[in-house]
Design a protein around this ligand. Sequence first.
Ligand code: ADP
Ligand code: MG
Length: 224
Amino acid sequence: MIDSVLDVAGLTRSFSQGGETIEVLRGVNLHVGPGEIVALLGPSGSGKSTLLQAVGLLEGGFGGSIKIDGEEAARLDSDGRTRVRRDKLGFVYQFHHLLPDFNASENVELPLLIRDATRAQAKDRAGELLTALGLGHRLTHRPSQLSGGEQQRVAVARALANRPALVLADEPTGNLDEATADVVLAEFLRLVRGEGSAALIATHNERMALKMDRVVRLHEGRLA
Ligand code: ADP
Ligand code: MG
Protein backbone atom coordinates (compact mmCIF):
# COMPACT_ATOMS: atom_id res chain seq x y z
CA MET A 1 0.00 0.00 0.00
CA ILE A 2 1.56 3.23 -1.19
CA ASP A 3 0.54 6.20 0.92
CA SER A 4 2.19 8.79 -1.21
CA VAL A 5 1.88 9.75 -4.82
CA LEU A 6 4.77 12.18 -4.72
CA ASP A 7 7.76 12.40 -2.41
CA VAL A 8 10.34 15.03 -3.21
CA ALA A 9 13.40 15.21 -0.97
CA GLY A 10 16.32 17.62 -1.07
CA LEU A 11 15.53 18.83 -4.57
CA THR A 12 18.04 21.37 -5.88
CA ARG A 13 18.41 23.24 -9.14
CA SER A 14 20.64 26.11 -10.13
CA PHE A 15 21.10 28.01 -13.36
CA SER A 16 24.03 30.06 -14.58
CA GLN A 17 22.96 33.46 -15.77
CA GLY A 18 25.57 35.89 -17.12
CA GLY A 19 28.48 34.20 -15.34
CA GLU A 20 26.54 34.05 -12.08
CA THR A 21 25.00 30.96 -10.54
CA ILE A 22 21.50 31.37 -9.16
CA GLU A 23 20.14 28.66 -6.90
CA VAL A 24 16.45 28.46 -7.69
CA LEU A 25 15.62 25.35 -5.65
CA ARG A 26 17.71 24.90 -2.51
CA GLY A 27 16.49 21.68 -1.02
CA VAL A 28 12.76 21.30 -1.60
CA ASN A 29 10.89 18.62 0.37
CA LEU A 30 7.30 17.85 -0.56
CA HIS A 31 4.87 15.02 0.10
CA VAL A 32 1.57 14.61 -1.74
CA GLY A 33 -0.82 11.87 -0.68
CA PRO A 34 -3.26 10.00 -2.94
CA GLY A 35 -6.09 12.23 -4.06
CA GLU A 36 -4.64 15.28 -2.35
CA ILE A 37 -4.82 18.62 -4.16
CA VAL A 38 -1.90 20.85 -3.25
CA ALA A 39 -1.43 24.47 -4.29
CA LEU A 40 2.14 25.52 -5.02
CA LEU A 41 2.13 29.21 -4.28
CA GLY A 42 4.90 31.73 -4.86
CA PRO A 43 5.53 35.02 -6.64
CA SER A 44 6.70 35.12 -10.24
CA GLY A 45 10.32 33.93 -10.48
CA SER A 46 10.19 31.94 -7.24
CA GLY A 47 10.77 28.63 -9.06
CA LYS A 48 7.28 27.10 -9.36
CA SER A 49 7.70 26.15 -13.01
CA THR A 50 11.20 24.84 -12.34
CA LEU A 51 9.84 22.60 -9.59
CA LEU A 52 7.01 21.31 -11.79
CA GLN A 53 9.46 20.60 -14.62
CA ALA A 54 11.54 18.53 -12.23
CA VAL A 55 8.56 16.56 -10.93
CA GLY A 56 7.27 16.18 -14.49
CA LEU A 57 10.60 14.59 -15.43
CA LEU A 58 10.82 17.06 -18.26
CA GLU A 59 14.33 18.26 -17.55
CA GLY A 60 17.52 16.98 -16.03
CA GLY A 61 20.07 18.88 -14.01
CA PHE A 62 18.37 18.41 -10.67
CA GLY A 63 19.80 17.14 -7.40
CA GLY A 64 17.79 15.17 -4.87
CA SER A 65 15.10 12.53 -4.97
CA ILE A 66 11.72 12.47 -6.74
CA LYS A 67 9.52 9.48 -5.94
CA ILE A 68 6.38 9.14 -8.04
CA ASP A 69 3.92 6.48 -6.89
CA GLY A 70 6.74 4.89 -4.89
CA GLU A 71 9.24 4.78 -7.73
CA GLU A 72 12.49 6.76 -7.69
CA ALA A 73 12.10 8.68 -10.93
CA ALA A 74 14.88 11.26 -10.81
CA ARG A 75 17.54 8.81 -11.94
CA LEU A 76 15.57 6.93 -14.61
CA ASP A 77 16.86 6.92 -18.18
CA SER A 78 14.87 8.69 -20.85
CA ASP A 79 12.67 5.65 -21.65
CA GLY A 80 11.86 5.23 -17.97
CA ARG A 81 10.95 8.89 -17.64
CA THR A 82 8.70 8.69 -20.68
CA ARG A 83 6.97 5.65 -19.20
CA VAL A 84 6.35 7.37 -15.84
CA ARG A 85 5.12 10.52 -17.57
CA ARG A 86 2.73 8.53 -19.75
CA ASP A 87 1.42 6.13 -17.08
CA LYS A 88 1.42 8.21 -13.89
CA LEU A 89 1.30 11.89 -14.74
CA GLY A 90 -1.02 14.37 -16.41
CA PHE A 91 -0.06 17.90 -17.39
CA VAL A 92 -1.95 21.17 -17.74
CA TYR A 93 -0.11 24.31 -18.78
CA GLN A 94 -0.98 27.99 -18.86
CA PHE A 95 -1.37 27.74 -22.63
CA HIS A 96 -3.34 24.72 -23.72
CA HIS A 97 -0.91 23.28 -26.32
CA LEU A 98 -3.76 21.48 -28.06
CA LEU A 99 -3.06 20.12 -31.54
CA PRO A 100 -4.75 22.59 -33.91
CA ASP A 101 -5.69 20.05 -36.60
CA PHE A 102 -7.35 17.65 -34.16
CA ASN A 103 -10.80 18.19 -32.73
CA ALA A 104 -11.52 18.35 -29.00
CA SER A 105 -12.26 14.65 -28.68
CA GLU A 106 -9.20 13.61 -30.71
CA ASN A 107 -6.94 15.78 -28.57
CA VAL A 108 -8.16 13.89 -25.50
CA GLU A 109 -8.01 10.49 -27.21
CA LEU A 110 -4.40 10.84 -28.24
CA PRO A 111 -2.73 10.01 -24.89
CA LEU A 112 -4.96 6.93 -24.67
CA LEU A 113 -4.18 5.68 -28.14
CA ILE A 114 -0.48 6.02 -27.33
CA ARG A 115 -1.18 3.66 -24.43
CA ASP A 116 -2.82 0.89 -26.45
CA ALA A 117 -6.46 1.83 -25.95
CA THR A 118 -8.73 0.98 -28.86
CA ARG A 119 -10.22 3.83 -30.85
CA ALA A 120 -13.65 3.08 -29.32
CA GLN A 121 -12.32 3.02 -25.75
CA ALA A 122 -10.44 6.27 -26.28
CA LYS A 123 -13.48 7.93 -27.80
CA ASP A 124 -15.71 6.83 -24.92
CA ARG A 125 -13.30 8.11 -22.32
CA ALA A 126 -12.81 11.43 -24.14
CA GLY A 127 -16.56 11.86 -24.43
CA GLU A 128 -17.04 11.08 -20.74
CA LEU A 129 -14.44 13.64 -19.61
CA LEU A 130 -15.47 16.38 -22.02
CA THR A 131 -19.12 15.91 -21.11
CA ALA A 132 -18.25 16.12 -17.41
CA LEU A 133 -16.64 19.48 -18.22
CA GLY A 134 -19.73 20.71 -20.03
CA LEU A 135 -18.26 20.22 -23.50
CA GLY A 136 -20.48 17.38 -24.70
CA HIS A 137 -21.62 19.63 -27.55
CA ARG A 138 -18.10 20.58 -28.60
CA LEU A 139 -16.55 17.17 -29.26
CA THR A 140 -15.87 17.72 -32.94
CA HIS A 141 -14.82 21.36 -32.69
CA ARG A 142 -11.21 22.22 -33.33
CA PRO A 143 -9.32 24.34 -30.81
CA SER A 144 -9.63 27.46 -32.99
CA GLN A 145 -13.43 27.07 -32.85
CA LEU A 146 -13.47 27.05 -29.05
CA SER A 147 -13.28 29.89 -26.51
CA GLY A 148 -10.22 30.22 -24.27
CA GLY A 149 -12.06 28.65 -21.35
CA GLU A 150 -13.27 25.77 -23.51
CA GLN A 151 -9.76 25.18 -24.87
CA GLN A 152 -8.42 25.01 -21.34
CA ARG A 153 -11.16 22.53 -20.38
CA VAL A 154 -10.08 20.31 -23.25
CA ALA A 155 -6.51 20.50 -21.93
CA VAL A 156 -7.84 19.45 -18.50
CA ALA A 157 -9.67 16.49 -20.03
CA ARG A 158 -6.54 15.47 -21.91
CA ALA A 159 -4.48 15.60 -18.71
CA LEU A 160 -6.94 13.29 -16.94
CA ALA A 161 -7.52 10.88 -19.81
CA ASN A 162 -4.95 8.34 -18.58
CA ARG A 163 -6.30 8.34 -15.01
CA PRO A 164 -2.97 9.73 -13.76
CA ALA A 165 -2.00 9.28 -10.14
CA LEU A 166 -0.77 12.89 -10.17
CA VAL A 167 -1.78 15.89 -12.25
CA LEU A 168 0.76 18.69 -12.58
CA ALA A 169 -0.66 22.08 -13.49
CA ASP A 170 1.34 25.24 -14.09
CA GLU A 171 -0.86 28.35 -13.78
CA PRO A 172 -3.67 26.38 -15.46
CA THR A 173 -6.02 29.35 -15.63
CA GLY A 174 -3.36 32.04 -15.97
CA ASN A 175 -4.34 32.85 -19.53
CA LEU A 176 -8.06 33.38 -18.77
CA ASP A 177 -10.00 36.39 -17.54
CA GLU A 178 -10.83 36.27 -13.86
CA ALA A 179 -14.45 35.14 -14.13
CA THR A 180 -13.64 32.38 -16.63
CA ALA A 181 -10.60 31.34 -14.58
CA ASP A 182 -12.78 30.85 -11.49
CA VAL A 183 -15.24 28.64 -13.36
CA VAL A 184 -12.58 26.57 -15.12
CA LEU A 185 -10.61 26.10 -11.90
CA ALA A 186 -13.73 24.96 -10.05
CA GLU A 187 -14.50 22.43 -12.80
CA PHE A 188 -10.90 21.28 -12.91
CA LEU A 189 -10.86 20.67 -9.15
CA ARG A 190 -14.24 18.95 -9.21
CA LEU A 191 -13.09 16.60 -11.98
CA VAL A 192 -9.76 15.83 -10.30
CA ARG A 193 -11.62 15.02 -7.07
CA GLY A 194 -14.16 12.88 -8.91
CA GLU A 195 -11.39 10.96 -10.63
CA GLY A 196 -9.45 10.52 -7.39
CA SER A 197 -6.20 11.88 -8.83
CA ALA A 198 -3.78 13.93 -6.75
CA ALA A 199 -2.72 17.31 -8.10
CA LEU A 200 0.07 19.82 -7.65
CA ILE A 201 -1.07 23.15 -9.00
CA ALA A 202 1.24 26.15 -9.33
CA THR A 203 -0.35 29.55 -8.98
CA HIS A 204 0.63 33.02 -7.87
CA ASN A 205 -2.98 33.68 -6.95
CA GLU A 206 -3.67 33.37 -3.20
CA ARG A 207 -7.41 33.33 -3.63
CA MET A 208 -7.23 30.36 -6.01
CA ALA A 209 -4.76 28.54 -3.80
CA LEU A 210 -7.27 28.63 -0.93
CA LYS A 211 -9.67 26.46 -2.94
CA MET A 212 -7.26 23.55 -2.75
CA ASP A 213 -6.74 21.04 0.06
CA ARG A 214 -3.37 22.39 1.18
CA VAL A 215 -1.07 25.27 0.29
CA VAL A 216 2.72 25.11 0.17
CA ARG A 217 4.76 28.26 -0.43
CA LEU A 218 7.98 28.51 -2.35
CA HIS A 219 10.22 31.05 -0.70
CA GLU A 220 13.95 31.51 -1.28
CA GLY A 221 14.23 28.11 -2.89
CA ARG A 222 12.49 26.16 -0.16
CA LEU A 223 8.93 25.22 0.71
CA ALA A 224 7.38 26.72 3.79
P1 ADP B 1 8.03 30.83 -11.53
O1 ADP B 1 7.42 29.75 -12.32
O2 ADP B 1 7.74 30.74 -10.06
O3 ADP B 1 7.69 32.18 -12.05
P2 ADP B 1 10.51 29.88 -12.68
O4 ADP B 1 10.67 28.50 -12.20
O5 ADP B 1 10.05 30.06 -14.07
O6 ADP B 1 9.63 30.71 -11.64
O7 ADP B 1 11.91 30.61 -12.59
C1 ADP B 1 12.65 30.70 -11.36
C2 ADP B 1 13.99 31.35 -11.63
O8 ADP B 1 14.79 30.46 -12.41
C3 ADP B 1 13.92 32.67 -12.39
O9 ADP B 1 14.87 33.53 -11.83
C4 ADP B 1 14.28 32.26 -13.79
O10 ADP B 1 14.90 33.34 -14.45
C5 ADP B 1 15.26 31.12 -13.56
N1 ADP B 1 15.25 30.17 -14.67
C6 ADP B 1 14.24 29.30 -14.96
N2 ADP B 1 14.55 28.54 -16.02
C7 ADP B 1 15.80 28.92 -16.42
C8 ADP B 1 16.69 28.50 -17.46
N3 ADP B 1 16.37 27.52 -18.31
N4 ADP B 1 17.89 29.12 -17.55
C9 ADP B 1 18.24 30.10 -16.68
N5 ADP B 1 17.45 30.54 -15.68
C10 ADP B 1 16.25 29.96 -15.55
MG1 MG C 1 6.09 29.80 -13.88
